[in-house]
Design a protein around this ligand. Structure first.
Ligand SMILES: [Zn+2]
Length: 114
């Protein structure tokens, strides 16, 4: 099992096992905007330490056996959209349209929205 040397701001260098380190990558559409951190609980003082990491550090920790948790960008965020965004008037128009199309309105009302 690999030993990971990390630095606690209060205690200095501490040796950790792969299961004592957590890596979190919150992905962004632009990779340069992704947030990468690793964290651990100091074996000496018990403080929870969180540090910013670059992709090389993430890969190195992964190679050492640390589980990497990735929060991906939702597919919807990568969709291409055309036209202007929906506005309040569009929503009102839709509500009025639903009033004149009762079959759809009844089905929507009967649907379980929870
Ligand atoms: Zn410490």
């Amino acid at each position: 099992m690999a030993t990971i040397k990390a630095t606690c701001p209060m205690c200095g260098d501490v040796d950790l096992g792969p299961r004592q380190v957590q890596v979190l990558v919150v992905e962004a559409i632009e990779d340069s905007e992704s947030r990468r951190t690793y964290s651990f609980t100091c074996t000496t003082c018990g403080d929870h330490v969180v540090k910013v990491a670059d992709e090389d550090t993430v890969q190195l920790l992964g190679t050492a056996g640390v589980k990497i948790e990735r929060v991906p960008v939702p597919d919807e965020a990568r969709e291409q959209h055309r036209g202007r965004p929906l506005g309040y008037d569009d929503l009102l128009d839709f509500v009025l349209w639903l009033d004149t199309h009762e079959a759809i309105a009844d089905e929507l009302a009967a649907a379980n929205w929870r």
